[in-house]
Design a protein around this ligand. Structure first.
Ligand SMILES: Cc1ncc(COP(=O)(O)O)c(C=O)c1O
Length: 444
């Protein structure tokens, strides 16, 4: 048991097991690949890892079901546990580490900017919010940005824009249309428009006036939207819901209905956007583009430094007046500077995202033909899903043991959100491991 100093109970007297792990920044991490270890096993056997896990069990809110793996550092598409075993990472912090780990240009700007100005609140200006907002406007075809920290906070911002926009037209114009199986975040507003009862049930009653429509069901959408609708929220490719793309016909109908009833069309691109689909935003996959009035994004925007944003057309943005919204941390100097660097790199990377996305999908489809346990492969760019006929939990654990990090959503859908820099050789390696673990499913 840990012994505590009664005067300063938050300081344990015994040395923390965390101190044993070399977590400090190490110059070598950005320049060389650490030695390649043999295929990995979960670090649960590692004593330091055990200490970290049991301390968390004792002191953290028990809301996460973590895998038994304690990570220490990463380089490119690989991440290393506390014993130095390496894992090929195809989930990248759930789509956040878009350039993998320790990208030299990102490390460089973080170090530089950390020595100058990390944060100054939104009481003052700094040099990076304006240029970043200008750049996001160019990329998205929208006009005005509000910076937040997370996806859920960006969604809250979009919800407030929709509510204020509707209310300015009529006090009864506050309804929101969202989709079954959608995911928009964990705060109460975002949860209110998340179409999955399992996330909502414990917190009801939630926001009134939210209607859910089955994905790609045009008649249901037509029946739900009316003069009371303030906003229609869409994920162009449902992520947490299991990598389900919307049909262009459905998304286009949502655009038409929003126009017809004076509502806002809002794209939640938190998971499916910012380069991941091989274009900047998933609504740009349709030809012609299905332009939303408002868009939210987060995850990869600053490569792991928390940053989210909501960007709106002039018409929608005019609903928010001084004092109506804010965030202490949103749009800090460090986060915005990193994001600008990331977007420079992204511009160069976009064609290769499309190319590696096609390669990865083709290789997954090859696997699907070899394994009866694979039902379907879906997705665009580097946002791919493989639906199994059986639960995928054991596949994820077996892959982890074989040195591959993936994740499973909705029981049966393996989700792949690799770094945008993933190489064909790394994809081949992932396919080889998946082939082995899927063969095991066949035998069960
Ligand atoms: C589409 C979508 N919206 C919102 C969120 C919430 O983002 P965050 O976890 O950063 O709050 C997520 C998270 O997975 C998401 O996929």
């Amino acid at each position: 048991m840990t012994i505590y100093n009664p005067a300063r109970p938050w300081l344990p007297l015994a040395p923390s097991p965390v101190a044993a792990i070399p977590l400090a920044y190490d110059e070598r991490m950005t320049s060389i690949l650490p030695p390649v270890e043999p295929a990995a096993a979960p670090s649960v056997a590692d004593e330091t890892a055990q200490g970290i896990m049991s301390r968390e069990r004792e002191h953290l809110l028990q809301n996460y079901a973590r895998y038994p793996l304690v990570l220490a550092r990463g380089k490119g598409s690989y991440v290393f546990d506390t014993q130095g075993r390496r894992y090929l990472d195809l989930i990248t912090g759930i789509g956040v580490n878009a350039l993998g780990y320790a990208h030299p240009r990102i490390v460089k700007v973080i170090r530089e900017q950390a020595g100058r100005l990390i944060h100054c609140s939104n009481l003052y200006y700094h040099s990076y919010q304006g240029p970043l907002a200008e750049r996001l406007a160019r990329m998205s075809g929208l006009d005005r940005t509000f910076f937040a920290n997370t996806g859920t906070e960006a969604v809250e911002g979009a919800l407030k824009i929709a509510r204020a926009y509707g209310r300015a037209i009529h006090p009864e114009k506050y309804e929101i249309i969202s989709l079954d199986n959608s995911f928009h975040g964990r705060t109460l507003g975002a949860l209110s428009i998340t179409g999955q009862p399992k996330y909502r049930a414990d917190f009801e009653p939630l926001l009134p006036g939210v209607k859910f429509v089955p994905i790609n069901d045009i008649s249901a959408l037509e029946a739900a939207v009316n003069e009371r609708t303030a906003g229609i929220f869409l994920e162009m490719i449902q992520g947490e819901g299991g990598i389900y793309p919307l049909t262009p016909e459905f998304a286009r109908k949502a655009r038409e209905l929003a126009d017809h009833h004076g509502a806002l069309l809002i794209a939640d691109e938190t998971q499916c956007g910012v380069g991941r689909p091989g274009v900047y935003f998933a609504y740009q996959l349709a030809n012609p583009v299905i332009q939303p009035d408002v868009m939210c994004a987060a995850k990869p925007v600053a490569c792991g430094i928390p940053l989210g944003f909501v960007i709106a057309s002039e018409k929608a943005a005019a609903a928010i007046k001084p004092g109506m919204h804010g965030s202490t941390f949103g749009g800090g100097a460090l986060a915005c500077r990193v994001s600008l660097e990331f977007l420079d790199i992204l511009e160069e990377l976009l064609p290769s995202i499309q190319k590696s996305g096609v390669y990865f999908k083709t290789r997954l489809e090859d696997l699907a033909r070899k394994h009866a346990s694979v039902k379907e492969v879906r997705g665009f760019g580097l946002m791919l899903g493989m639906e199994l006929t059986t639960p995928g939990k054991q596949v994820v654990l077996d892959a982890l043991e074989a040195g591959l990090l993936i994740n499973c959503t909705h029981e049966t859908i393996l989700r792949f959100l690799p770094a945008y820099t993933i190489t064909e050789a790394e994809i081949d390696r992932a396919i080889k491991i998946l082939h082995k673990v899927l063969a095991k499913v066949g035998k069960q």
